[in-house]
Design a protein around this ligand. Structure first.
Ligand SMILES: Cc1cc2nc3c(=O)[nH]c(=O)nc-3n(C[C@H](O)[C@H](O)[C@H](O)COP(=O)(O)OP(=O)(O)OC[C@H]3O[C@@H](n4cnc5c(N)ncnc54)[C@H](O)[C@@H]3O)c2cc1C
Length: 496
């Protein structure tokens, strides 16, 4: 086998790997980056992160301004942004993960979030204001508490391009179309190198450190069936087809400890017409038509039987969207229908249902027939919902308005309005699998832990394949933030 040498090998070429490579290089290491995908398909799920939101702790606008030096004071004047403190971020993480997330890992994510977006800005990543996450009020913009405020310029594709330029300008070597296939260990059980495979065959790169940043197992139907259960092998994957659990498997093969919520996924409501892979877009060659369908809290969602099955107003979609897709997967045919009336048309439009094919009708019965749902059942569902809506509070999208239902199950806890104003519009949605939660155990140095609870010498992990951060659910914008934080720390420590 051919051999090669460097200090640190970074596996993957998404945001976590890119941060790791930049960080290891900055710490003085000679770094080689391996990307399994060909260059035109590079960037993993990061490339698909159309919103490219980065949830991070901040003390309000004054804290955010230095991240956005190209934004004028006049523009900032129109923005109302409450602080999102470390305590807020920490408690959101713990609340949505039902207290299961590992406190030290959550503290790491939270405490390092703002320093890391600053570090990325220093590296050359350009931030923009996430206006699509705001609620406009006249000429002012409000962000609900906890909604991410910034995104990287030109979304995930822009982020990958910016990181690539930064790494190439730094002289970091990137090998596209080259997969990591096996880790090699030294006498002490630590990393000795890594075996790679490209069109020419196998090569061993001897190195002191490896950062595994090559994603979860969401694009591996066999692992999905094994760890997520019945029906998941047939799902729709929102992102790259290259995240097939390779890094997790390679590490387990040398004694790493499996960790986290192996049966848990980030799965969101997406257009039912999306494809099997790259389903974040209706057509990945046309980036205009994104498939996220996140306006359901403005109406109701029913299954093919015409029945509601979740609390559509449980919380802002930022805190529920990642678990709602899995509820859709459980329904007959793994499909559901979001139903809105004319009152909320403008608000639904703000959610950018690009390329969606709405079914529109003047009556609920007519809508049911078009959706091939039993009309008596759907009309009954809508009547019961309308009768249960409490109208004693004003409707306000920007806060948890407490405008709830009374006396029905499942309840709808916020943003209730009667569905009574034609035309009625429905969108068919499926569950789109973003990434898996289970992975490798890491400590706060992002070093991989073995089955005897000891760190594996020279082995680090970053991004999607780290277990212990997310269980059951996930607050929006935390995946890229986790990748950047763990990549930055893992890369620096891998450099020694
Ligand atoms: C449609 C969509 C929208 C999203 N929006 C957001 C958002 O707004 N905010 C947010 O925080 N998160 C978002 N996410 C989630 C986010 O994309 C991921 O959490 C994050 O990108 C994961 O980064 P990563 O670097 O760990 O993995 P990835 O970006 O997936 O990178 C993994 C890399 O590893 C490579 N690889 C795999 N196997 C091998 C191997 N054997 N050898 C070499 N390379 C290999 C892959 O090709 C890829 O380059 C979104 C995801 C999707 C799909």
């Amino acid at each position: 086998m051919k051999t090669d040498k460097c200090d640190v090998v970074v596996v993957g070429f998404g945001n976590a790997a890119q941060a790791a490579a930049y960080s290891a290089h900055g710490a003085g290491a000679k770094v080689v980056v391996l990307e399994k995908a060909p260059e035109r398909k590079r960037g993993g799920n990061t490339w698909f992160s159309s919103g490219a939101q980065f949830r991070h702790a901040h003390d309000g606008l004054a804290d955010e301004k230095p991240l956005l030096p190209h934004i004028s004071d006049d523009e900032f004047e129109k923005i109302d942004l409450d602080p999102y403190t470390k305590d807020d971020f920490y408690s959101d993480m713990m609340r949505v993960t039902r207290g299961k997330a590992v406190p030290e890992l959550v503290e790491l994510l939270v405490n390092e979030s703002h320093p890391t977006v600053e570090w990325m800005r220093g590296a050359g990543i350009q931030w923009e204001i996430l206006y699509t996450g705001s609620v406009p009020e006249g000429d002012r913009f409000r962000w609900h508490h906890g909604q991410s405020f910034i995104h990287s310029k030109d979304g995930g594709a822009g982020l990958v391009r910016m990181w690539q330029r930064i790494l190439e300008d730094s002289g970091v070597e990137i090998r596209f179309d080259t997969a990591a296939v096996r880790l090699t260990i030294d006498d002490k059980g630590g990393i000795g190198g890594i075996v790679t495979q490209d069109s020419e065959g196998l090569m061993e790169i001897q190195c002191n450190g490896v950062v595994l940043a090559c994603g979860g197992f969401q694009a591996n139907p066999a692992m999905r069936r094994q760890f997520l259960g019945e029906g998941w092998d047939l799902g729709k994957v929102r992102g790259t087809k290259f995240n097939t659990g390779d890094g997790i498997q390679m590490a387990l093969d040398i004694g790493a400890q499996p960790f986290g919520h192996w049966g848990g996924t980030h799965t969101t409501p997406i257009d039912a017409n999306a494809g099997e892979y790259e389903a974040g877009f209706l057509d990945p060659a046309n980036l205009r038509n994104r498939t996220h369908r996140y306006a359901w809290s403005l109406g109701i969602m029913v299954n093919a039987e015409g029945l509601r099955f979740i609390d559509e107003g449980e919380d802002f979609h930022a805190y529920t969207y990642a678990k709602t897709g899995a509820e859709i997967v459980k329904q007959t045919g793994s499909v559901a229908y979001q139903i809105f009336d004319a009152k909320v048309e403008e608000a639904v439009n703000r959610h950018r249902y690009h390329g969606a094919i709405p079914i529109v009708a003047d009556t609920i019965r007519e809508l049911a027939e078009m959706l091939e749902i039993n009309a008596d059942v759907l009309a009954g569902t809508v009547d019961r919902f309308n009768d249960a809506v409490r109208e004693d509070r004003p409707f306000d999208e920007a806060i948890r308005d407490g405008r709830a239902t009374e006396g029905i199950y499942p309840p709808k806890s916020n943003w209730c309005q009667k569905i009574d104003t034609p035309p009625f519009t429905s969108y068919a949605v499926a569950g789109g699998l973003t990434f898996t939660y289970g992975g490798l155990r890491v400590d706060t140095n992002c070093q991989v832990i073995n089955k005897q609870d000891r760190p594996i010498g020279g082995l680090f992990a970053a991004g999607e394949l780290t277990g212990g951060f997310f269980y059951y659910n996930y607050p929006s914008g935390s995946g890229l933030m986790r990748g950047a934080v763990t990549g930055r720390i893992g890369g620096r420590n891998a450099a020694g």
